[in-house]
Design a protein around this ligand. Sequence first.
Ligand code: SF4
Ligand code: SF4
Length: 376
Amino acid sequence: MQDNKFFPEIHGNLGFGCMRLPMNGDKVDYDEFIKMADAFTEAGFNYFDTAHGYISGKSETAIRDCVSRRYDRSRFLLANKLTESYFETQEEIRPFIKKQLELCGVDYFDFYLMHAQNARNYKKYTACKAYETAYGFKKEGLIRHFGLSFHDKAAVLDRILTEHPEVEFVQIQFNYLDYNDDGVESRKCYEVCVKHNKPVVVMEPVKGGSLVNLPEEADKVLRDLKGGSNASYAIRFAASNPMMSTILSGMSNLEQMLDNISYMKDFKPFTEEETSAVAKVCNIMKQKNLIPCTACRYCVEENECPMSIRIPDMFAAMNRNEAFSDGKPKQYYNNVLTVDGNGKASDCIKCGMCEAVCPQHLPIRELLENVAATFE
Ligand code: SF4
Ligand code: SF4
């Protein structure tokens, strides 16, 4: 396995994103998670990533029970984040990180990030002196490295990194479909990191699964390469850029974990043939009218929709409908998404609370009107 060029304590370049852990009903499936964590660590990797809001708090406690309590602390690295919705004043930041440490069953975080930074919430972090406060935790040994995760335009990132040179690394959304996207600006954000000499941690390398379950025409382009899974191309595309430290993959079962390990343990950079194949996939995908939802679930877990609308599942059904036209999404909408107390898309009262937390800045209210027109 290759050394990590930027942080010698990180083994290899694959990180285990713990936002989409295997579930059994509304509980994390500990048996499956343990198998995945064991496979990951036995392959030599050691970087786990979580946040307080992931799976409504269950990600942190699953890490405590399946990782922290089962491995010696020297065998794993843990990244956690300071999320906007859990503090209103500077004084609330210290109790919050103490609570996170306790929930995760550790004495320190190896990596600690200002979570999902954008122009709007950066004002709050600045007013609450969040950067200064969290960076101060380094001296106390509560955190080892200080960074930020980011969801906005490259110019905003440039400003934050100029104002906070103490930031050691940056986590950005980066995948081949968003690379030249005018909304996400993956490439431009990456270039800002290069300019400021900050190692990059990648999130959403498979765009919430959109680059795994490809429309048939795009799927065929990758199949014809005869080299690996669709996920492998997306993850290796991201990892092939020189400033990348770690590629986070939000794996949900052992099969995905073993697939990721198979090509990241002995990592091979992208070839020219692969680069031109993913360019073709992008062209095909851009012709489809897909909703760029990454299924992060912030809109349902960081926000309480008053009408209990399963927003990301509805968008996934819409995208599947657009990509495959097999009629199944409509059945799924009727049989699963709108029963058991869940609201229909047309029940949306347009309060806008979900849009305030969506890192992709999606016009959710407008999109739900399209969902209602399509499925109801
Ligand atoms: S705008 Fe609609 S979907 Fe969003 S939180 Fe309000 S009611 Fe729920
Ligand atoms: S709509 Fe936005 S917040 Fe909700 S899951 Fe999709 S990307 Fe995440």
